[in-house]
Each structure stands twice: as structure tokens, then as C-alpha cells.
Ligand binder design. Structure first.
Ligand code: NDP
Ligand code: MG
Length: 386
């Protein structure tokens, strides 16, 4: 029997690649739901191609465009998050691939868990905000979460068949982004266009800026803590500019396991879709001989202060990671809009971490409230300090 799948964020970088991978196995998966925000034309094309039962649009103008364009087709088009959450109750949906960006991924993730779906998770921000509660909820609801983020997919693979007590630490690799060798002075003149040009990966705008500022690695550190139930001191980061080793696990006997492949997100997407099996594909096979130089170096947490801030947030816990995430979301958008310089992203994050109210044991509601308050306060800080 085919598995019914919902792709949240189908118009984004991961969503598009997921649909491409799914198209290669038409007898295994049936697309039940697609969701997009502002890119109406792409969503219309995807509806034409995949005939989902539901299409959800979360931006009003795009919703109007999509509804008009596809009237008379069997797909039901709905507006907004509320309808998205409701559609996720549908029993025909077995798998939810969450490729939404930012805080918008949190509610749909919670809803997918409550309805006992299998979850393929690209949206890292939801675990950064509320990872502890989400993982508990997933356990209670027997909802399996399989990571799509390449580093976490690598660790997930390295841990198969291993005893958790034998993990010494995990090592997340980071490409270092386009500004790895920039001086502090050079970081003061970064345009959005420049930050969006990643040396290895082609990704959505937010994750591209996060990669350039190393916040992406910081978010991934927190994501890994909850996904793999580790102590903060078991998580390390190393710069590996070639992005071939996607991450490593070091065991108590001194052994290291790593997962390597060409840097292509379709590999971890396909792995998650087919887990516990592996499927063939036409993605170029990685060759060690063609890539003789795999290099590593320490991450500079002084120059890239975001990474240091993420470690602090992880270690202190509570609602601090949610504060870090919310401030970063606002700072990145302001940078993309030309309203805030790249090098001041960590300033805003640190300011919010220092002055928002710290809550050591938040419930779910508190994570939502923290995020919304921090969004508003971050926007106010930007208005005041530019
Ligand atoms: P994109 O920006 O390319 O896509 C985001 C998707 O979410 C789009 O479909 C977009 O719709 C939709 N969206 C945007 N804002 C909202 C909103 N407010 N409400 C509902 N939907 C919204 O992002 P990526 O695909 O690059 O990344 C998605 C997630 O995966 C992120 O958390 C990222 O960190 C993670 N990830 C991405 C990787 C990559 O290679 N891209 C690698 C590993 C992890 P629309 O485009 O129609 O506006
Ligand atoms: Mg990653």
C-alpha cells in the first residue's frame, strides 16, 4: 500500500527537493497535502502535477491566486494555519515532511505528533524552541521523528545499532559558510546578496544567512541535543569546508563513526523517506580519490559570536533557546530587508538573551509566549537602534 504524505513548505528549497525524490518512487508514496506561503505559481504547478487532496496556503494574496487558478480540480484549497492543522488530522496522511521555515513549523509539528504521524523533520527551529517537550510528546504518542537536516541524518545513521551509553560525544561538521576567512572588519560590509551565496549548498534565504553567521550550526547543536537526548557537554562542532563528512559520533572506546556523501540534500531526504531501507538514485556517487582533501579546523566562536550564544542557550536551557531563535529570526529578516547589518545579528540576539525574562521550566504555552514577545521586542530594538 502507498503511504500518504503531507509536504509542509512544498514551495521551499527542501520541499521542492522532497517532491523530486518522491517522484522517483510513485508506487510507494501518494501526495495528500501540499502547503505553501507566498509562492502561488509554484504551488499551482505542484497541484497540477501531484493532485493532492489538500493544498494549504498561508499568505492571503497567494491563497486568492491559488483558489482562482485551480477551481474545478479535486484538490481542496484552504487558507491559514488553522486549516493546515485540521487537515493534518486526516487518516490518509501517514507521513508529514515538515520543511517549513522558522517558528511557523512549530504548531504543525505538534499537531502531527498528536495525530501519531511519522515525521520527517527539516524544520530545526521547532526543536530549538521546544525540543524537550516535543521529544517527550513524540515518545508518548509513538510518533517517530526522522531527521532530514544532513548533520542529524548523519548522526542518526551512525547511532543505528549502538548503545546510547557508549556515546562519548557527537561532532557536528560545519562548512563555515561564505565568510569563514573574513576578518572582523570585512564582516561589517556584507550585503544580503553576498550572504545568500553559500559556497556549497543552495538553500532557502533564512538558512543561508544562518549558515553565513554560523547561527545555523548553533541551532543544529540545540536540535541535536533534543533529537538524540544528549548532555550539552557531549556536543561539539568542527569546521569542515568541503561538507563531505556530514557529522560524526565518537564512542567511549575511542572509535569514530562518520557518514559521508556528496553535499546534496536529496540524499538525507531520500534516506528519511525510505528508512529503514535504502533506495537507489541517480545522485553522483562520492569518490574519495576525486576528493583527497578533507580538512578540519576549530570554529571561531569569537568572530562568529552566534555559535557561542547558542552554546550558552543550550547550557542554560529553559526558554533561552526560544529567545535566541526568535531574536535571530527577526534579525535575519531585518538584514534581508536591508534594515539591520549582518555583523549586528549577534548583538540583537545577545541583548534579548540578557533582558527577556528567563523561565527555567516552561510549558508549551510559555514557549509560544516567549517567542511572540521576543519577536515584538526584537523589532522594537531594531527600530530604536538604527
Ligand atoms: P525555504 O525558505 O526555501 O522554504 C520555506 C517554506 O516554508 C516555503 O514553502 C515557504 O513558502 C514556507 N513558509 C515561509 N514562511 C511561512 C509561514 N510564515 N507560514 C507557513 N509557511 C511558510 O526554506 P528551506 O527549504 O531552505 O528550509 C526549510 C527548513 O529546513 C528550515 O528550518 C531550514 O533550516 C531547514 N533545512 C534546510 C536545508 C536546505 O538545504 N535548504 C538543509 C537543512 C535544513 P513560500 O516559499 O511559498 O513563501
Ligand atoms: Mg544542516
Amino acid at each position: 500500500m502507498k503511504k500518504g504524505i503531507a509536504i509542509l513548505g512544498s514551495t521551499g528549497s527542501i520541499g521542492i527537493q522532497a517532491l523530486e525524490v518522491i517522484s522517483t518512487s510513485p508506487d510507494l508514496f501518494s501526495i495528500k497535502l501540499l502547503s505553501g506561503h507566498s509562492n502561488a505559481n509554484l504551488l499551482i504547478n505542484q497541484i497540477d502535477q501531484f493532485h493532492p487532496k489538500y493544498a494549504i496556503v498561508t499568505e492571503e494574496n497567494a491563497f486568492k491566486t491559488v483558489s482562482k487558478a485551480i477551481s474545478g480540480v479535486k484538490t481542496q484549497v484552504f487558507f491559514g494555519e488553522k486549516n493546515l492543522l485540521q487537515a493534518l488530522e486526516d487518516q490518509e496522511i501517514d507521513i508529514v515532511l515538515n520543511a517549513l521555515v522558522g517558528f511557523a513549523g512549530l504548531n504543525p509539528l505538534i499537531s502531527s505528533i498528536k495525530h501519531n504521524k511519522q515525521i520527517l523533520l527539516a524544520n530545526k527551529e521547532s526543536l530549538v524552541i521546544a525540543g524537550e517537550l516535543i521529544m517527550q510528546m513524540a515518545k508518548v504518542n509513538k510518533s517517530e521523528i526522522i531527521p532530514i537536516d544532513s548533520e542529524h541524518s548523519a548522526i542518526f545513521q551512525c547511532l543505528l545499532g549502538e548503545n546510547k551509553n557508549t556515546i562519548e560525544k557527537i561532532i557536528l561538521t560545519a562548512s563555515g559558510g561564505p565568510f569563514l576567512d573574513y576578518t572582523v572588519e570585512q564582516l561589517k560590509n556584507i550585503s544580503p546578496e553576498r550572504a545568500l551565496k553559500h559556497p556549497v549548498w543552495k538553500m532557502g534565504k533564512k538558512v543561508s544567512v544562518d549558515s553565513a553567521s554560523l547561527m545555523n550550526k548553533g541551532l543544529e547543536v540545540i536540535e541535536a541535543r533534543w533529537l538524540f537526548d544528549l548532555n550539552p557537554n557531549q556536543i561539539d562542532v568542527v569546521i569542515h569546508p568541503q561538507s563531505i563528512i556530514h557529522s560524526l559520533v565518537q564512542f567511549t572506546d575511542g572509535s569514530l563513526k562518520a557518514q559521508l556523501s556528496s553535499p546534496d540534500m536529496r540524499v538525507p531526504i531520500q534516506y528519511a523517506l525510505h528508512f529503514p531501507n535504502r533506495a537507489e538514485n541517480s545522485i553522483s556517487q562520492f569518490s574519495l580519490i576525486d576528493n583527497p582533501e578533507l580538512t578540519f579546523r576549530q570554529a571561531d566562536r569569537k568572530k562568529f559570536r552566534n555559535l557561542a550564544l547558542a552554546f550558552i542557550a543550550m547550557e542554560k536551557g529553559g526558554n533561552l533557546p526560544a529567545i535566541l531563535n526568535a531574536a535571530n529570526e527577526v534579525a535575519v529578516q531585518a538584514f534581508l530587508d536591508g534594515k539591520w547589518p549582518f555583523y549586528r545579528i549577534p548583538e540583537l540576539v545577545e541583548e534579548m538573551m540578557n533582558y527577556q525574562i528567563f523561565i527555567s521550566k516552561p510549558d508549551l504555552q510559555t514557549y509560544f509566549e516567549t517567542t511572540k514577545k521576543c519577536f515584538a521586542d526584537s523589532e522594537a530594538y531594531i527600530r530604536k537602534h538604527t
